[in-house]
Design a protein around this ligand. Structure first.
Ligand code: CTP
Length: 400
C-alpha cells in the first residue's frame, strides 16, 4: 500500500469514530490518506483528530471560509487510487446513487476515476429497508464494492445487521484490491463475449439475448490487473475502448471460432463467456426470403462447432474457463461440461435466479473446479463478479 493515494470519506454515523482506526491502519501501511467529511460526519469525530493522524487538513467544505480557496473535488477524485467511504450512512449512499452532489464527499465520489469501496453503517431497520437495499444494489451495479456491515449490538442498543465492518476488515478489503492490481502483467488472456448471430438471410438471424456485459466486465477486470486481453466479441453494443483490450468483432459462431483459433496460440488463458448459438441455418439464403404466398417455412439447423471444447482439446497446460447457464441440475450439468470441454474451471449461473441472467447488471455465480467443492458467491455487480472469477483463476494458476 506504500505510496498509494486513499481518499477516506466519512459521513455522519456513530461508527465515524472507527474511521480514525482505519486511517491509522492505512498510514501504518505507508499510504497517503486524504480525509473528506460530510458536515454531519464532523459531529461524530473532529477534523483535528483526523488531520493530525493523516498529516493533511481535512476537506469538508467546498470553499475555505477565510480565504475563499476552492477545494477541487475533481483533483481529489483524480488523485485517489481508491476512495473508501466508511462509515457510509443511508443518506450518503442515497446521494451517491442519485448524484445529489451537495457536499464534498459526494462530489469527490462523482469525480473518482478508480475503485470506490463503501462500508455501510446504520440501524438494522434502515439497512433492511427496501430503499437502502435498492440503493446498495444500484451502487453495486455501478461497480462500487460494498463491504457488508456486520451483525451485533447497534448504537440504538437493538441487535441486528447494520454495524460497520471492523476497520481491520475494511483495511483487508482495500489491501486485497491493491495486491491484485497488476498481478497479471505479462499474461495474455482470450475472452469471448456476447451472443453469436447465425444468418437465415441477409436481414434475419437466429440469436439469443446475451448482452455481453459479463464478458466486457471480465475484459475490464483482466486489463485492470495488467493482462493483455484479446476480446472476441459477438454482436453487442460498442463500448468505449478499454486500455489493454484488443477487441475483435465477429458475428457468427464460425467466425468466433476462427478468431479464437487465430489468437489462442499466443494466449496463456481463455475465458469463454460468449453465449454461442448452438445451431445455425444449414443454408443461409443469399437474398431476402419473401413472404408473399408462403404460409409456412421450415428452417433446418446444423450444430455449430463448440469453441470451448475445440480450444480445450489443444490447450496443453493453458488455463481454460467456461460458463454454464442452467435452468436445472446446475452443479451436475456444469461439472459435466467441465469434463467434456476439458476446462479447468466453470462458472455456473442460473436463469432462475432473479439477480442473474441476460442483460442484468448483476450476477450470482457458483465456481466449480476439480480441486475444490463448488463455491457459491452472493449476488454482485458483473464487474465484482469478474474480479471474483479472475481471483479464482489466478489462485488456480498459482496452485498448478
Ligand atoms: N460454448 C462454446 N461454443 C459453443 C457452445 C458453448 O464455446 N458452441 C461455451 C460457452 O461459451 C460456455 C460453455 O461452452 O463457456 C458452456 O455453454 P452452454 O451454452 O452452457 O453449454 P452448451 O455446451 O451449449 O450446452 P447446452 O446448451 O446443451 O446446455
Amino acid at each position: 500500500m506504500k505510496g498509494k493515494h486513499i481518499v477516506l470519506g466519512i459521513s455522519g454515523g456513530i461508527a465515524a469514530y472507527k474511521a480514525a482506526y482505519l486511517l491509522r491502519l492505512f498510514m501504518k501501511a505507508g499510504a497517503e490518506v486524504q480525509v473528506v467529511m460530510t458536515p454531519n460526519g464532523r459531529e461524530f469525530i473532529t477534523p483535528a483528530t483526523l488531520a493530525a493522524l493523516s498529516g493533511r487538513p481535512v476537506v469538508s467544505e467546498f470553499f475555505a471560509a477565510n480565504t475563499g480557496e476552492w477545494h477541487s473535488h475533481v483533483d481529489l477524485g483524480l488523485w485517489a487510487d481508491v476512495m473508501v467511504v466508511a462509515p457510509a450512512t443511508a443518506c450518503t449512499i442515497g446521494k451517491m446513487v442519485t448524484g445529489v452532489a451537495d457536499n464534498m464527499l459526494v462530489t469527490t465520489y462523482l469525480s473518482a476515476k478508480e475503485k470506490v469501496m463503501v462500508a455501510p453503517a446504520m440501524d438494522l431497520d434502515m439497512w433492511a429497508h427496501p430503499s437502502t437495499q435498492r440503493n446498495v444494489a444500484i451502487l453495486r451495479a455501478d461497480g462500487v464494492e460494498i463491504i457488508e456491515p456486520g451483525s451485533g449490538e447497534l448504537a440504538s442498543h437493538l441487535v441486528g445487521k447494520g454495524r460497520m465492518a471492523e476497520p481491520e476488515e475494511i483495511f483487508r478489503a482495500v489491501k486485497k484490491y491493491f495486491d491484485r492490481s497488476r498481478d497479471l502483467e505479462g499474461k495474455s488472456v482470450l475472452v469471448t463475449a456476447g451472443p453469436t448471430y447465425e444468418n437465415i438471410d441477409p436481414v434475419r438471424f437466429v440469436g439469443n439475448w446475451s448482452s455481453g456485459k459479463m464478458g466486457l466486465a471480465l475484459a475490464e477486470a483482466l486489463a485492470a490487473r495488467g493482462a493483455e486481453v484479446k476480446l472476441v466479441a459477438g454482436p453487442m453494443a460498442k463500448s468505449e475502448a478499454i486500455p489493454g483490450v484488443e477487441r475483435i468483432d465477429v458475428v457468427s459462431a464460425r467466425e468466433m471460432l476462427d478468431a479464437c483459433l487465430n489468437v489462442w496460440n499466443g494466449c496463456d488463458a481463455g475465458i469463454m463467456a460468449a453465449a454461442v448459438a448452438d445451431y445455425a441455418p444449414v443454408n443461409a439464403a443469399q437474398s431476402k426470403i419473401k413472404r408473399e404466398g408462403v404460409d409456412e417455412i421450415t428452417l433446418t439447423l446444423r450444430r455449430n462447432p463448440d469453441i470451448a471444447a475445440t480450444l480445450g482439446c489443444i490447450k496443453g497446460d493453458r488455463m481454460l474457463v467456461g460458463f454454464a447457464l442452467e435452468t436445472e441440475n446446475g452443479v451436475e450439468n456444469a461439472s459435466g461440461k467441465l469434463e467434456r470441454k476439458n476446462l479447468d474451471m466453470i462458472v455456473l449461473n442460473s436463469l432462475s435466479d432473479p439477480e442473474a441472467g441476460f442483460c442484468k447488471d448483476t450476477n450470482k455465480i457458483t465456481i466449480i473446479t476439480r480441486e475444490e467443492a463448488p463455491r457459491c458467491y452472493p449476488a454482485k455487480s458483473k464487474r465484482e463478479v469478474a474480479d471474483d472469477i479472475v481471483d479464482a483463476m489466478t489462485a488456480l494458476w498459482e496452485g498448478k
